[in-house]
Design a protein around this ligand. Sequence first.
Ligand code: HEC
Length: 267
Amino acid sequence: MKTLIRISTAAALAAGLSLGGTAAQAAGGHGGPELMHPSWSFEGIYGRYNEDQLKRGWEVYAQVCASCHPLDYMHYRNLEGLGYTEDEVKEIAAQFEVRDGPDEWGEMFTRPATPPDAFAEPYENDALAKLANGGVVPPNLSVMTRARDGGADYVYSLMLGYEGGVPEWVHEEDPDFALPPGKSFNAYFPGYAISMPEQLFEGAVTYSDGTEATPEQMAKDVTAFLQWAAEPELEDRKELGRYTLLFLIVFTGVLYAYKREIWKDAH
Ligand code: HEC
């Protein structure tokens, strides 16, 4: 029995590691505080997205982040994945303007978006994006939870990691630290000096489900939404993972029985 247990624990561990996702860890290997780790509905092998939360997260993205950050690869019709109906998605899309053209006069123009359109880009080009953001282009957020160490925990912590001034512990770490002009202090951003000002002030968005828009609530919702944008197929993958795990356990049992059969007379 020992082998079986050992092998299936290893299989469970391997599956858990690849399915689990977000373990707490320090931001990007630099000093500073440990990342915050709220409980995520999509964690663990039975993890699922919470549609109410995803809708709220979309509202945060649309009302706050979309004015600076693109969400590449996303089309308005993908919002049906959050539980919106076709008609609701039409209405949502129509609130955004997308660039189109050229028209018969050779001119580019803007028009209200429709469900098949890709999400509107906040800036016409990188030069304008830089000009508006202290020389830094706000990055595409659609793969952010996968692109950074710490994933969802990092994005959540970053949104809440602003401090009015430079805290004492930073000067203990580096007595010469000075915040360059135009940058904000963020405890979780590598190097601490970030070109994105604090975004999530109390009441920054109006939730249509009436939830109180505290900074923690908004940070959690928008991070869950960004996790979904990066990995909409997560639930299918977890289901496959569970079957794979079950298969491995059964298969291990079969192998073990087989081994005993073969060695039965050899002792
Ligand atoms: C006023 C423009 C602006 C708004 C609004 C804005 N951001 Fe940013 N954001 C930036 C800029 C500029 C950067 C690049 C920061 C840097 O590299 O110093 C950035 C960077 C980021 C990063 C990447 C940090 C990293 O590790 O590189 C994340 C994640 C992020 N923003 C999330 C959000 C979310 C979520 C929202 C909405 C709640 C939001 N931002 C709203 C301008 C903005």
